[in-house]
Each structure stands twice: as C-alpha cells, then as structure tokens.
Design a protein around this ligand. Structure first.
Ligand SMILES: O=C(O)c1cc(C(=O)O)c2c(n1)C(=O)C(=O)c1cc(C(=O)O)[nH]c1-2
Length: 261
C-alpha cells in the first residue's frame, strides 16, 4: 500500500449516484488500508520487540482508557438503536467487556496484562497517569457516537474489520519478544480473535444494508476516518511522550509511578 494514493477524506457530492454495497465496502476497506493504526511506528516497535519495558507499560496504561470507554460507547450506541433484534446483538459487546456470568470480561483481562507489568490496579483504573491526548481521544469516540445517528454510530466500530490481523501480530510478536508475556497475560487479545470478527461482520452487514443515500454513505465513511484518527492520535501522543522527543505532559505517568514492585 503506497501513501501516494489519495486519501478518502472528501465527501462525495450530494448529487453523485450512491455507491453499490460492494463499492461502499471497498471504500471502507481502502480507508482502513491507508489509516488503520497497524501502520503506526509505535505498533511496529511494540510488535517487533523494540519497545523498552517502560514503553510497553506506557502503552498498556494508556490503552486501559480505551478499554474503559468501549462499553460506555456501546451503551450510547444502544440508545440510538430502535430495532430490538439489533439491540439484542449489540448488547453482547457490553457483556464481553464488562463481564457476564462466569466470564470476567475484557476489562478484567486487560487488568491482568497491567498486573503483569507491575501496575497497581487502582492507579490504572483511576486513569490519572494517562496522557491528556489519550483521554481526549477516547472521550471523543464516546461523544461522536452520542452526537450522531445510529447508522453512523454503528459504522464507527468498523476499524474492527482490521483488528484481528493486528491482534494476531501482537500475540505472536509480544510472546516472542517480551519475557513478562504468556498465554494468560495475552488472553485479552486471544479472546478478541473470535469476538472482533463476529462484531464487525454484524456491523458491516448493517452498514451495507442501511447506508443507501449519498449522505448516509458519506456519514459512514466519515465515521471510519474519524475512528482511525481516534486510534492514531493515541499512538502519536504515546510516541511523543515515551519514544521521541520524550515530552511527558505534566501529571502523566513517569516510570516507577503507580507500580507495586
Ligand atoms: O488492539 C487493537 O488494535 C484494537 C483496535 C480496535 C479498533 O480497531 O477499534 C478495538 C480493539 N483492539 C479491541 O480490543 C476492542 O475491543 C474494540 C472495540 C472496538 C469498537 O470500536 O467498538 N474497537 C476495538
């Protein structure tokens, strides 16, 4: 994929013909191919073992904010959906993250990862050491869903179309390169390998069936671009603070803080 290709940032004119579902899917996939955060230099470092343990800690600590916002975001999506069957399917996402019956849920699995890095749980869940940009980005995701129609809100999760590939790469790369990892520590990502395809197949099907007008199609394309930016900007902030130039904002985590050992 070359970065010389034009980015799909401009909305199509309203008098254009709507795209067919196949064309819309191709346009959505083109956005991911150019903008998804698998391309970010921080992820390349993380997956190839080039991160120091403190850089991995910074990533896991900040990424907790994203985990914590996902069920809130899905609650906001639920409030937009009038179709009972769609709501029934969507509810599963909240249970997957918050836990249900015997399953402790994805947030708990994320805390197992931060435990293994030596963090105090209260420090992680307080989010007090997170970068300001992380907090802004994840809240912008919740707010985007809150402020937009149900179709657009649903489309904003379509970054997950590209997630299984990055999760598989992360599981293999982190197990190979970092001593603190094992199957229990990486269980969050292992679980997502089946949850994410189920979720995004459902969302893609919904979007392709329901985005019929040019305005609706522009709305869903814009939602995916926005969401790629939510993910990308978190890694930019992480890179600037903990890789180069090492500009840690006041109050954000510094190595040693919030750790139990
Ligand atoms: O590790 C990743 O790169 C990654 C990316 C994304 C994504 O593309 O938004 C999600 C996840 N993980 C994830 O684990 C997850 O539960 C999730 C939910 C959603 C969403 O938008 O509803 N995205 C993602």
């Amino acid at each position: 994929m070359t970065h010389m290709m034009p980015l799909m940032t401009r909305p199509r004119p309203r008098d254009a013909d709507p795209m067919s579902p196949a064309e819309l899917e191709a346009a959505l996939r083109a956005i991911g191919a150019q903008r998804y955060h698998n391309l970010h230099p921080f992820h390349k470092m993380l997956h190839s073992g080039q991160c120091s343990l403190d850089q991995v800690r910074a990533w896991a600590l900040n990424r907790y904010c994203y985990q914590a916002c996902i069920p809130r975001k899905d609650g906001a999506v639920l409030a937009k959906i009038e179709d009972r069957e769609v709501r029934r399917a969507w509810m599963q996402r909240i249970l997957d993250h918050d836990g249900h019956l015997d399953d402790q849920g994805g947030i708990e699995r994320w805390l197992v990862l931060t435990d293994s890095l030596g963090f105090d749980r209260d420090y992680v869940t307080s989010q007090q050491g997170a970068l300001p940009a992380t907090r802004f980005a994840v809240e912008a995701y919740v707010r985007f869903v809150w402020d937009n129609p149900g179709l657009t809100a649903i489309a904003s999760c379509l970054t997950e179309l590209f997630a299984p590939k990055i999760h598989a790469e992360r599981i293999a790369g982190m197990l190979e390169h970092y001593d603190f990892t094992n199957d229990t520590v990486m269980a969050y990502f292992q679980k997502r390998l089946t949850q994410a395809p189920r979720d995004c197949d459902f969302a893609l099907d919904y979007v392709l069936k329901n985005a019929r007008t040019v305005d609706e199609q522009n709305g869903v394309l814009n939602a995916l671009t926005f969401k790629c930016n939510v993910l990308w900007s978190q890694l930019d902030a992480l890179y600037a603070a903990y890789v180069a130039p090492g500009m840690v904002p006041p109050g954000a985590w510094v190595p040693g803080e919030g750790e139990t050992r």
